[in-house]
Design a binder for this molecule. Sequence first.
Ligand code: SF4
Length: 413
Amino acid sequence: MASISLTDSPFLKLPTRPSVHVAAGDGPYANTRAALAQVDLSPSRGRRVLLKPNAGRVAPAGAGITTDPQVVAAAIDAFREDGAEVAVGESPIVGVKAQEAFDAGGITSIARERDCILIDMDARRFIKAPVPAGIAIDSLKVCPEVFEYDIVVSIPVMKMHMHTGVTLSVKNMKGCLWRRSKVELHMLPPVEGRDEKPIDIAIADMAGVLRPHLSIIDGTVGMEGLGPSAGEAKPFDVVVVGADAFAADAVACKLMGTQAQNIPHLRIGAERGYGVIDLDSIAVTPDNWRDLSSAFALPPENLSIEFPNVNVLDENSCSACQSTLLLFLKHYGNRLFDYLPSDTGVRIAIGKGHAEVPDGTLCIGNCTAPHRDHGIFIKGCPPVSSQILTAISGKPSVDSMDGHIGTSGEPKE
Ligand code: SF4
């Protein structure tokens, strides 16, 4: 059977007026089945389907960080009933192992009950994919399964995101990028002549070659505020399904109280014709879907507002160090000034883009190693948040610690 291009969904009947289906109020499994029942899944018959949830971090189900396992269970069951062969795969953020994340989030358990294959998509070598229309990037290192399976389904969590506004089904495909190559998208130089952040342009570039054939957005418990990992869990009990990832994301945005036009990677991608975000051009069921909207708290524009007296110098960091820092501030922030002077404030640097940092800066992660002599350096890629506390409290010496520790050691949300 011929494979299906990752930019051409067999479930999309009318590209100029895509359909999106919303189901709510009946729990993750029933909501997902109800929304999927609106889609003709028969093109998946006899084909191999790769489900790509958000299992990028070690977090328990219900924390609003990873995809609810019952949403994944419902997707496995629905595709199998239509005669597909189904697997679940993930390439997590740096420092996290896929199996740990599957175990912690409950996906291992539902997969085992169903005898469904779980794939660590970092285990094999990448396939290099050109990005012909790319502006910020010209190629991607993609996990091989993404091209080997006939159908790829993006199953993100409905979350606000500190750097990209939201993270939904278009951005969830970043978890199909191989190992550390994900980090490269966060470290791109500014694009000449463009006001948008390079990460936003790069995600739109990625969507030019890696668009899911179907999106199932898990709003069972979303995340508001400091997403993607340090915000507040938002119980919502909603699932959104659509074959046009941009249209599904646009509907999710509206449900979250924002607009896709305000999310740069969605706006840029839609302008290039990768999908539809104009709600007037999307056929959404049920008719009264907008009544379900419940505004998610926006991410703070500046972490210093959220954490007074803390000045975060973030230059081209990736999600892993952002998560480490946010979790540290959330769990240990009130102890920061037990060890550091509160009158001048605390400067914290993450990311590899710093030409220099002021003396006394807390330098977090290996990317800040060139500035280690200017303050306190916490090595690791990423470090875990407890390492930062250990470093500032002075016991034991940070350099005596193992620098490569996964986020499994983080406090649970
Ligand atoms: S040190 Fe931090 S910002 Fe740098 S690559 Fe590692 S996780 Fe990303």
